[in-house]
Design a protein around this ligand. Structure first.
Ligand code: SF4
Ligand code: SF4
Length: 280
């Protein structure tokens, strides 16, 4: 038998054996995807923002299908309406949750927080925060390069050119949390959107002692405790020289806003307070 014929036969045997092995392995380890994953993906927003905590909408769909309930699973972009559809498709009950929104907790505008140095490095909050505390006396405040803006897939946050602070566009924010993760200063927080979008929060994250923070920024929290004392609902705590309002306990009565000596407590979307007779 010629050497060529022997080679061809050997090659055919090796090829055939490999094909059989591959066929058996492929069948043995075949991953059959639950058809409901595709059905869910069709109704998910395809934003792939990661706000659900999974790598994109496909990952979220897989997690929902594998779960034994939808507790702890939520697409912030689609909200309750979408989650009801997901629940309907999978036969799960869905708990209605309060709508959330991103809140920027720094009021250190150019007027309130004078610049004391100049930074000429890369225009990135992440980079600047690694190098030093920023251009002002407050090392906790916003650096204004807009890492949060770049992270937002929904065009829901921008830097106000006057104040150099980020502002959230209420009707665009999906509470996906991308800006929260992008901010190296941990200034942005997801809070309850509130009835009629009314929100009250301490607009400062400075943890320096009162005298130091006030010197750096005229509207900083000085941890004087006046807000905590006036709150009848135990919604305010003071820790590390900083007041914090729990939005789950706050009844939006605004008592704390009035007593804050530095106007560090923000009240959003409220009508103007009525003046007392003495004030008039
Ligand atoms: S503002 Fe923040 S939470 Fe809101 S959509 Fe943009 S990145 Fe998401
Ligand atoms: S809020 Fe944070 S991420 Fe956004 S501009 Fe300020 S420092 Fe940068």
């Amino acid at each position: 038998m010629s050497i060529i014929l022997i080679s061809v036969i050997l090659l055919a045997i090796v090829g055939g054996t490999s094909a059989i092995i591959l066929y058996v392995v492929a069948n043995r380890f075949q991953v059959v995807e639950d058809k409901r994953v595709n059905l869910l993906e069709e109704i998910l927003p395809a934003a792939n923002c990661g706000g659900c905590g999974y790598p994109g909408c496909h990952g979220f769909a897989e997690a929902c299908v594998k779960a034994s309930s939808l507790n702890g699973l939520r697409c912030p972009v689609g909200g309750d309406e979408l989650m009801s559809r997901v629940g309907g498709l999978l036969g799960f009950e869905v708990q209605v949750t309060a709508p959330m929104i991103a809140v920027v907790r720094c009021n250190g505008s150019c007027d309130n927080r004078p610049r004391t140095s100049q930074y000429d490095g890369a225009k990135s909050c992440a980079v600047e925060s690694m190098l030093y505390g920023g251009e002002t006396g407050c090392s906790f405040g916003c650096l204004s390069h807009g890492d949060c803006v770049k992270a937002c897939m929904f065009d829901a946050i921008y830097i106000n050119e006057q104040t150099l602070l980020p502002e959230v566009v209420e009707d665009k924010c999906t509470a996906c949390g991308a800006c929260v993760k992008a901010c190296p200063k941990n200034i942005i927080e997801l809070r309850k959107k509130g009835e009629k979008s009314h929100r009250i929060f301490v607009n400062c994250v400075n943890k320096d002692k009162g005298a130091i923070s006030r010197k750096a920024c005229s509207v900083s929290c000085i941890a004087c405790s006046k807000c905590r004392q006036v709150c009848s609902y135990n919604a305010i705590t003071i820790a590390n020289n900083l007041a914090y309002i729990d939005c789950n306990l706050c009844t939006l009565c605004r008592a704390c806003v009035e007593v804050c000596p530095t106007s560090a407590i923000a009240e959003l979307n409220f009508p103007p307070q009525k003046k007392t007779e003495a004030e008039e």
